[in-house]
Design a protein around this ligand. Structure first.
Ligand code: TRP
Length: 363
C-alpha cells in the first residue's frame, strides 16, 4: 500500500465560520479519524496571507491564534494531525526559489485564480506585487514539501493544484523522480461547496457581516438565524414557499440529518417531508428557523465547549503550534535533502564529488 499524506491549510485572515466547517473542516476531521492516512498536515498560510495584507501584519498575527483555536475546537487532534505555521518553515522559501525557475510569467498570468484575484483586488497592469503574483509557486512548495498525495480543498483551488502538478512533472523530468504529484480531494456534497451568507448573498464574508462563526455564542447564533434570508415571496404562512435560494433550507441541507429532523420536530420524519410542506404552503419560516437553530446548536455546542477549554490555556496552544512546526520542519529538511541532491547542489554531503574533484585537480 502506498503511503498517503494529506496536506491542507487556510490563510489566517479571520475567524473560521460555519461555511468553513461544512466546506472543509468537518471533512478534515473525518479524514483524520479515518485511519487511512499515514500523515496529516494542516497549516496556517500566514506568509501567503501577508502577500495581500502587506500593511496589516497585526491582523494576520491576531488570527493565527483564532484559527488555531478553531482547528482544535472542531476536533483536529494534535496527536494525529500536525498543526503548523507556514512562516516558521524557512525551507518553503528555498523550494519556492527553485520552483520559480520552472514557471513562466505567462503561465502565472493564465492561472484563473490569480486572474480573478488581480481583478478583485484592483491591481492594474504591472502594479501587482511579485510576491502576490507568484503565490501559486509558493503554494506548490507548501504541498510538495510535505510529500502530499492528497490535498482536500475547495473547487477554487483547482488551478493551484494543476499548476503544482505541472511544476512537479517539470521538476521530475529535469532532475529525476524526486517530488510527489498530488491529487486534489474536492468536497463530496455539492450543497456544501459554498455556504451562502445569512443574508442569502453568495458567500459568507466578514466585510458583509453575514457570517455565523464557530466561536459565536448560542445567543448570537439564534439571533443571526432569526434574521436570516428566506423566500421573499413567502409572505403568508399559507403561501407556497420556494426552496431555491432559501438560505434556511440551504443550511438545513448542509447540517441537518433526518434523525435530527424527526427528533427535533413533531411533524416530520425527514427533511424532504418538511420541504414538501413548505413548498405546498402552510409552513411558516419561523418553524424552519427554529429547527435550524436546534440543529446548529447541536453541531456548535461541542465545538464551543472544546474551544472554551483551549482558551483557558493559550500558551499551551502556542506550544502545540510550536511542536507542530518542529515536526513539519523535520519533514521539510528531508525533502530539501532530496531536492538538493537531485539539483546537484548538495556539495558538502557528496563525498564522491569531493573526491572526484580532488583527483581531477591532482593530475
Ligand atoms: N490558498 C489557500 C486558501 O486561500 C491556502 C493554502 C496555502 C493552501 N497553501 C496551501 C491550501 C496548500 C492547500 C494546500 O485557502
Amino acid at each position: 500500500m502506498s503511503k498517503k499524506v494529506i496536506l491542507t491549510g487556510d490563510r489566517p485572515t479571520g475567524k473560521l465560520h460555519i461555511g468553513h466547517y461544512v466546506g472543509s473542516l468537518r471533512r478534515r476531521v473525518e479524514l483524520q479519524n479515518s485511519g487511512l492516512y499515514e500523515k496529516i498536515f494542516v497549516f496556517e498560510a500566514d506568509a501567503q496571507a501577508l502577500t495581500d495584507n502587506i500593511e496589516n501584519p497585526e491582523k494576520v498575527r491576531q488570527n493565527v491564534i483564532e484559527v488555531a483555536l478553531d482547528y482544535l475546537a472542531v476536533g483536529l487532534d494534535p496527536a494525529k494531525t500536525t498543526l503548523f505555521i507556514q512562516s516558521q518553515i524557512p525551507e518553503l522559501c528555498e523550494l519556492s526559489f527553485y520552483f520559480m525557475d520552472l514557471v513562466s510569467v505567462s503561465r502565472l498570468q493564465r492561472n484563473p485564480t490569480v486572474k480573478t484575484e488581480i481583478q478583485m483586488r484592483g491591481f492594474s497592469g504591472e502594479s501587482i506585487p511579485v510576491g502576490f503574483f507568484t503565490y501559486p509557486i509558493s503554494q506548490a512548495a507548501d504541498i510538495t514539501m510535505f510529500k502530499a498525495t492528497t490535498v482536500p480543498v475547495g473547487e477554487d483551488q483547482e488551478p493551484m493544484l494543476e499548476q503544482c502538478r505541472e511544476i512537479v512533472r517539470r521538476f521530475n523530468n529535469i532532475y529525476g523522480e524526486t517530488l510527489v504529484e498530488p491529487n486534489i480531494l474536492l468536497p463530496e456534497n455539492a450543497a456544501c461547496l459554498r455556504l451562502p451568507g445569512t443574508d442569502g448573498k453568495a458567500k459568507m464574508s466578514k466585510s458583509l457581516g453575514n457570517c455565523i462563526y464557530l466561536s459565536d455564542s448560542a445567543d448570537e447564533v439564534n439571533r443571526k438565524v432569526k434574521t436570516m434570508y428566506t423566500d421573499p415571496e413567502h409572505l403568508q404562512v399559507n403561501d407556497p414557499g420556494h426552496l431555491e435560494g432559501n438560505t434556511v433550507f440551504t443550511y438545513l441541507d448542509a447540517f441537518a440529518t433526518d434523525e435530527q429532523v424527526s427528533r427535533l420536530t413533531t411533524d416530520y420524519a425527514t427533511l424532504q417531508e418538511m420541504k414538501e410542506h413548505y413548498t405546498r404552503g402552510g409552513l411558516g419560516d419561523m418553524k424552519c428557523k427554529k429547527l435550524l437553530m436546534a440543529v446548529l446548536q447541536e453541531t456548535l455546542e461541542p465545538i464551543r465547549l472544546r474551544r472554551a477549554e483551549y482558551e483557558k490555556d493559550i500558551p499551551a496552544v502556542y506550544e502545540i503550534l510550536r511542536k507542530g512546526c518542529e515536526v513539519a520542519r523535520a519533514e521539510a529538511c528531508d525533502t530539501m535533502d532530496k531536492v538538493r541532491r537531485a539539483m546537484k547542489i548538495n556539495y558538502f554531503d557528496d563525498r564522491a564529488l569531493i573526491e572526484e574533484q580532488a583527483r581531477r585537480f591532482q593530475k
